[in-house]
Design a protein around this ligand. Structure first.
Ligand code: GLU
Length: 485
């Protein structure tokens, strides 16, 4: 194992979003590529917004994606003592101070800054309090925050692995609050203390944290640790370059699962959101991604979320999956539609797999796969309207259906080839094209105008069901059940 240590540090305040999952993936790929260690840390210090059910969901989502971690999960909330100890050390070393300014007393400064259209910066009022002044405040019962002394001049340079040097002027930074008045650390302090103490060598995270990095670097320097390297991965935006939200489709890993995506497809899709292996290759196994991954090949510019590309990717994986694996993945979707009920008997399982093998070619998701398979399990379908007009309402359709059904009843063995020869023979006998027989038959037995191989469907459905459905359609046509509207 190399010395590389990376972490994924989600806050359990919601479901795992595509942005978070992509950050986890890049950390995972980097760790595996470098032979390093992938740590999972749950940043659960926001007590009001963190929820244990979100932690469970986060873990389930990461496992489903196959992003297995080597260490953790560690819980930031259990490390309060370490955070306090480090803050005390900074106080003792006079690199931090207690600030007793009340919220109200800071409000005036904020209002003034707002009126000047400037960002508010704490003026350092409590930087040089005397012991007596501090005592007096404490007697008043004020609970102080702890602030890190930030140099008034100069700059902090973040050497970003993706963006290069990003410079932050100290005149834009005030004395950062590292401990709140309730004795809890702020995000910036807890995060960098954990990273340093956990020996994280590379902090790979979302671009939105770039502005926090100079502050965290200043903390690390004050604490006397070697800096980790930082890499800020680009944002994921909607096609119109707005912030990604629900109206752009599924955005959480749970939703992607519920829509019937395969984890490998989602992984492959997410890998390309901001990273490119360097050639035009787009469909890559996780092993290939691992061997090709580097931070240098991660883009600086925002990635655009494209549902159609994900759907295309998913359909490729649905086609390429080993049949047994696809059958396992699709089972909950078939059960939800009440097509099957597990445990499946051997015969049921055999039929189920044959159905999947046929339908998967045209399915972009497992939901579509189950939908596309439903006529194999039930004849309670409605006929596609445009098909009814085009096929059932044509003259002689009922007659053709009856003639073909009759033929199907009498052929000796009922399989792909025998059905095909029969259809050919009947169409010759009637002097019509095979399509005239095939199209209405497809509609009669599946309710659809398009679908998998026609003769395969019939062979799998079996003689009884096929013929029954054809006769039922003929009867409906004859009784003029379909309106010509
Ligand atoms: N808990 C933070 C988040 O979810 C972690 C950010 C970081 O990686 O430092 O945004």
């Amino acid at each position: 194992m190399s010395d590389v240590r990376v972490r994924f540090a989600p806050s359990p305040t919601g479901e795992l979003h595509i942005g978070g999952a992509r950050t986890a993936l890049f950390n995972y790929l980097f760790a595996r590529n470098t032979g390093g260690t992938f740590v999972l840390r749950i940043d659960d210090t926001d007590l009001e917004r963190s929820r244990t059910d979100y932690i469970d969901k986060l873990i389930d989502s990461l496992k489903w994606l196959g992003l297995n971690w080597d260490e953790g999960p560690y819980y930031q909330s259990k490390r309060l003592e370490e955070h306090s100890r480090e803050a005390e050390r900074l106080l003792a070393e006079k690199k931090a101070y207690r600030c007793y300014c009340s919220v109200e007393s800071l409000a005036d400064g904020r209002t003034a800054a707002r009126e000047d259209s400037k960002a508010y910066l704490y003026p350092g009022t409590c930087r040089n309090l005397t012991v007596d002044e501090e005592e007096a405040y404490q007697k008043e019962g004020r609970s102080p925050v702890v602030r890190l002394i930030t140099p008034d001049y100069g700059e902090t340079v973040v050497q970003d692995e993706i963006r290069g040097a990003v410079t932050f002027d100290h005149t834009d930074l005030d004395d950062l609050i590292i401990m709140k008045s309730n004795g809890h650390p702020t995000y910036n302090f807890a995060s960098i203390v954990d990273d340093l103490q956990m020996g994280i060598t590379h902090v790979i995270r979302a671009e939105e944290h770039l502005s926090n990095t100079p502050r965290q670097q200043l903390c690390a320097v004050a604490l006397g640790y070697t800096l980790p390297r930082f890499a800020h991965v680009p944002m994921i935006l909607a096609p119109d370059r707005s912030k990604l939200s629900k109206r752009h489709g599924a955005t959480s890993v749970e939703e992607f699962y519920a829509e019937g995506h395969l984890p490998e497809a989602l992984i492959n899709y997410m890998a390309l959101l901001g990273w490119s292996p360097g050639d035009d290759e787009e469909v890559l196994s996780i092993d290939k991604m691992v061997s090709r991954f580097s931070l240098q090949k991660v883009n600086k510019t925002a990635a655009i979320y494209d549902v159609n590309k994900l759907a295309w990717m998913n359909s490729l994986y649905i086609r390429g999956y080993a049949l047994d694996k696809l059958a396992d993945a699709a089972l909950p979707f078939f059960e939800k539609k009440e097509l099957v009920k597990s445990p499946l008997s051997e015969t049921e399982s055999d039929y189920y797999k044959k159905v999947i093998a046929l339908v998967r070619e045209r399915s972009r998701t497992l939901v579509e796969l189950a939908e596309g398979a439903s006529y194999f399990y039930s004849d309670q379908f409605t006929y596609e309207e445009k098909g009814v007009k085009k096929q059932f309402l044509k003259e002689k359709t009922a007659e053709y259906l009856r003639r073909a059904a009759e033929g199907l009843r009498s052929i000796e063995s009922f399989n792909h080839d025998s059905i095909e020869s029969l259809y050919r023979a009947i169409s010759e006998e009637l002097g019509v094209s095979a399509g005239k027989l095939i199209h209405p038959t497809r509609l009669a037995i599946t309710g659809c105008t398009v679908g998998p191989g026609f003769f395969e469907i019939m062979a799998l459905l079996g003689r009884e069901k096929t013929v029954e459905r054809m006769e039922k359609a003929a009867e409906l046509i004859e009784s003029e059940a379909f309106s010509r509207e």
